[in-house]
Every structure is written in C-alpha cells, then in structure tokens.
Design a protein around this ligand. Structure first.
Ligand code: SAH
Length: 216
C-alpha cells in the first residue's frame, strides 16, 4: 500500500485551509479532512490530484466527491458522536470515513457491484470499519436497519424519496442534492411522522442517482 508521507500530510493541510476559506467552520470536520488520507482512495496515477479541491473519477463512471462538497454535506448533517447514519452512494468510501472520524456509526449502500466490492475490502485495510457496507438500491434506504438519526445522499436525486424520510427518527436530518443537470442541496428535518421542513442550501453538481442497478 502507498504510505501517507509528509508530503501528503502537507498537501492535506493546504486542502483544509482551502476548505476553511470557502466557509466550512466546524473544527471537527476540518480535522477529519486533515486526518483521512484522500490519496489512498484514488488510483495511484492520480495521486497528484488527490489534494486539489476537485471531484475525481474513481472508475465505473463514478466520482469521489469534491472535498468541499463532502465537508458541506457533513456540516448540514450536524453529526454527533454515536449518530446512526445511512449514506446512499458509498463510492470510494471517502465520505463514509469522514463520518466515522466524527464518531458516526455508518451504514452505507452502493448500487455498483465492482465499487461495492472494492470499497468493502479497502476500508478495513486502512482501519475504517463501517457498521455495514451494503450492495443495492439506496433510493429504497435500508428498512431492515432503520431508523437512522441522519441520512446522506451523495448522488443527484430526481426527487426526495418519501421512503428515506420514513426511515429517519423524529428530529432526524436528510441531506440530499435534488435535480437532474444541476442539484439544489436540500436539508430535510423530520419533525414527526407526518411533518417535515425543507431548506435549500445552494446548487451543486453530482453524478446521477440511478434507480436501476448498472449491472442488471
Ligand atoms: N460518497 C462517495 C461519492 C460517490 S459518487 C465518495 O465519498 O466517494 C455517488 C455514488 O452513488 C456512486 O458510487 C454511484 O454508483 C452511487 N449510486 C448511484 N445511484 C445509487 C443508488 N440508487 N443506490 C446506491 N448508490 C447509488
């Protein structure tokens, strides 16, 4: 495995500074970005790009999200130590590791089998252990493990699925980018079984959330 060198640590400090300047204030989120070795989540030929604040291809037509976007979505979730969190779109597993650094118990689901298999074996190899890495359609959530304190969707969704709101505890938070070409970052706060409130938090660009498995 490629080591985490002083050079990588130095580049990570610069990345943290970039993200802080873009408006991320939460100290523990900045610390998590400083801790997780993002270059290990990318193919070795792309190492020099690992600490730019940009998304990057991870194979199967998917991307590892831009670090700022990871930090922004994480901030909206208001993660508390011990929170039970569902992530839809495991991808490289980078976002899941940021959540684990904040003390979340992470359940994550990916619909591309090759990415699922790769990330499921990779994360433990660098010392991260999600509660569950699952293969399937995250649009349906994970009813067998619900309810969750927080749910994070890391792909652009055509609309807000009621099934995900159903799987939150009262007071729980869903963060989901909604839209086709470009997405509006929505934060949904569940009030009780029948009510929730919805907030908009700017525009972003994500790979699409697919409802059909790529390898079907
Ligand atoms: N969180 C990831 C970013 C992943 S990009 C990271 O930190 O690297 C979005 C991911 O969502 C892709 O891997 C894509 O395959 C996955 N995805 C798309 N539709 C999905 C669905 N319906 N259920 C689960 N995962 C999905």
């Amino acid at each position: 495995m490629i080591l985490d060198s002083y050079r990588h640590k130095g580049l990570r400090k610069q990345l943290v500074e970039t993200i802080r300047k873009k408006g991320i204030e939460e100290k523990n989120i900045l610390k998590a970005i400083d801790t997780v070795p993002r270059h290990l989540f990318m193919d070795s030929s792309f190492l020099e790009f690992a600490y730019e604040d940009k998304p990057f291809p991870i194979g199967s037509g998917q991307t590892i999200s831009q670090p700022y976007t990871v930090a922004f979505q994480t901030e909206l979730l208001k993660i508390k130590k011990g929170d039970k969190v569902l992530e839809v779109g495991t991808g490289s597993g980078y976002q899941a590791c940021i959540l684990m650094e904040l003390g979340a118990r992470v359940y994550t689901i990916e619909r591309q089998k090759n990415l699922y298999l790769k990330t499921k074996s990779f994360l433990p190899s660098i010392g991260y252990k999600p509660k569950l890495i699952s293969y399937g359609d995250g649009y349906k959530g994970l009813p067998a493990y619900a309810p969750f304190d927080k749910i994070l969707v890391t792909a652009g969704a055509p609309h807000i699925p009621d099934t995900l709101i159903d799987q939150l505890i009262p007071g729980g938070i869903l963060v989901i980018p909604v839209g086709t070409d470009i997405q509006i970052m929505k934060r949904i706060i569940k009030i009780d079984e029948n009510n929730h409130k919805e907030e908009d938090h700017g525009t972003f660009r994500f790979v699409p959330l697919l409802t059909k498995k790529a390898d079907d």
